[in-house]
Design a protein around this ligand. Structure first.
Ligand code: TXA
Ligand code: MG
Length: 345
């Protein structure tokens, strides 16, 4: 990091301390940050995103932060996972300490904590309140949209709302540019707040797998039940581009595309196998890590072609692909039947 970057990071930390919003890179996706201990600052995040204010946000901590300041109960499993995976793409849901504002937890009695590994995020969190603060940050996109993995994606989402300016409390003081997020999909979320009664529960799959977690705590995380903490990233419809998204098997891509084009439909395709296609397309790597890295940029790019439909070659199943398949399923939610509708029209 050069000196200019460090100066911009310190300025951003001061803006956060003053209650402003700052967008910053993490290794998963870009976050839209505010002082987690200021309900007024956290309210500005909801306003900027257009997000319902009963949805909890993750609190980002500097490396070495004191968990007991934020959480009232810290099981041994939490300490073991922190030692194994922080800084990194794992969010832990723990019982919230009583002085932590309701605003960050959407009124629930828990708090989501994570220490990101992106160097700019770590520098920002270390500069903010001398490394003792927490930065509440959801992904830096409008509610329901695809998460941003570059600074330009953030600017595209918030168009006129970036920079110093008069009035509008929901303006974003700065967007720190840290290049493309290395992981590309949001952190794994593990609920440890009901360990005694429900065991560890995987609320959102991500780069850190259930198996890796089990290797550390000696127990495979379960799937969410009815009473699991609510999480907006776990809404059925989320991470969605403007165009409908349809997932189809690789063997059916060429034929389906031809049939849709014969009906004058503009179709953009995201694929990973070597299929020869004409028209708008994005090819992603055939491994889950490389695929996740490129997924959101590909969804945005294909959406920008103005296509009527984004056709996605369904990735393989299997544990390593869980995070990718989870995001694609949510992106495609609500688009069921689109291919059939277009073919009948
Ligand atoms: O990788 C990430 O987690 C990114 C980067 C910026 O850190 N953040 C992110 O934030 O994806 P967001 O708000 O888009 O999704 C966070 C998810 C939401 O589904 C939210 O409901 C859940 O975490 N969450 C946060 N605190 C929670 C809590 N106390 N209980 C249950 N879910 C919680
Ligand atoms: Mg999000």
């Amino acid at each position: 990091m050069n000196e200019l970057d460090q100066a911009a990071i310190v300025a951003a930390a001061r803006a956060l301390e003053a209650g402003a919003l700052v967008a910053f890179p993490t290794e998963t996706v870009y976050g839209l940050g505010a002082d987690a201990e200021s309900p007024a600052a956290v309210a500005r995040i909801y306003e900027a995103k257009g997000r319902p204010n009963d949805h909890p946000v993750i609190v980002h901590l500097a490396p070495g932060a004191d968990l007991s300041y934020w959480a009232s109960e810290i099981p041994a499993e939490a300490h073991a996972l922190v030692a194994a995976f922080w800084p990194g793409p794992l969010t832990l849901i723990l019982k919230r300490a009583s002085h932590i504002p309701d605003a960050v937890s959407g009124g629930q009695d828990t708090v989501g904590l994570r220490c990101p590994s992106h160097p700019v995020a770590m520098a920002l969190l270390s500069a903010f309140k001398g490394g003792k603060g927490g930065v509440a940050a959801p992904s830096a996109n409008k509610f329901g949209n695809v998460s941003p993995t570059t600074a330009q994606h953030v600017r595209d989402e918030f168009d006129g709302d970036v920079g110093q300016g008069p009035g509008n409390g929901a303006r974003i003081a700065a967007v720190l540019d840290g290049g493309s997020s290395q992981v590309g999909i949001e952190s794994t979320i593990l609920d440890l707040s009901r360990l005694a009664t429900h065991g560890p529960v995987l609320l959102r799959p991500g780069h850190i797998s259930a198996k890796q977690i089990a290797d550390v705590i000696g127990q495979m995380p379960g799937l969410p039940d009815q009473s699991a903490p609510r999480a907006s990233g776990t809404l059925e419809s989320h991470y969605a581009p403007k165009a409908p998204v349809a997932l189809i098997a690789g063997a059916a891509v060429v034929e389906t595309l031809a049939a849709l084009q014969a009906r004058q439909r503009q179709v953009a395709v995201i694929h990973y196998s070597a299929i020869a296609l004409g028209g708008a397309q994005a090819i992603l790597p055939g491994d889950p890590v490389g695929y996740a890295y490129g997924l959101y940029a590909a969804l945005r790019a294909m959406d920008q072609t103005g296509a009527d439909l984004i056709l996605v070659e369904a990735p393989p199943q299997g544990e390593a692909w869980l995070g990718v398949n989870d995001r694609l399923r949510r992106a495609a939610f609500g688009s069921a039947g689109t291919i059939e509708k277009f073919l009948q029209a």
